[in-house]
Design a protein around this ligand. Structure first.
Ligand SMILES: [Zn+2]
Length: 151
């Protein structure tokens, strides 16, 4: 059986650009990696974060109450830190789950100046949108960790 993309990513968080941004015992937040299930990329949309439970479950409804509470808290903290670290005007949050069967919440910043036709979940397709290579993702990750509200 092929290994779950997200479970395998969780085992090598330290090697990922940006590493672990926020985490507790139930869930963790990281930047979209440069190696995606669709293949490797030179750069990805900057500030595109993922919030994921550590446990391999597929659906929002499968979260235990402590996991659900952790997912909500981390999503709120990450959104707030992402806004202050990037100047994004809005953070979209979406759970889609067509590609990978491990629950993941997408947090996608909308930057000032994004044309309206790219609003909603297509903001990351805006060709002029900020892109991050490994170095730029590392830099943003430090800014997000510094901006994250302390518990
Ligand atoms: Zn998994």
């Amino acid at each position: 059986m092929e290994e779950c993309f997200i479970c395998s990513k969780h085992r090598r968080m330290a090697e990922l650009p940006g590493g672990m941004l926020l985490a507790d015992e139930h869930c963790l937040v990281s930047h979209l990696p440069l190696v995606l299930p669709q293949g490797p990329r030179e750069s990805v949309y900057l500030g595109y974060l993922m919030v994921e439970p550590r446990r391999h479950i597929a659906e929002l409804g499968d979260l235990s109450p402590p996991e659900a509470s952790s997912l909500g808290r981390l999503a709120a903290s990450a959104s707030s830190a992402l806004r202050s670290a990037t100047g994004a005007e809005h953070i979209y949050a979406a759970i889609i789950g067509h590609g990978v069967e491990h629950l993941h919440l997408h947090l996608i910043p909308r930057y000032p100046g994004t044309p309206r036709e790219y609003w909603r979940t297509r903001v990351d397709e805006w060709p002029e949108g900020p892109r991050g290579d490994a170095a730029r993702i590392d830099e943003l990750a430090d800014a997000i960790r510094a901006a994250a509200p302390s518990e």
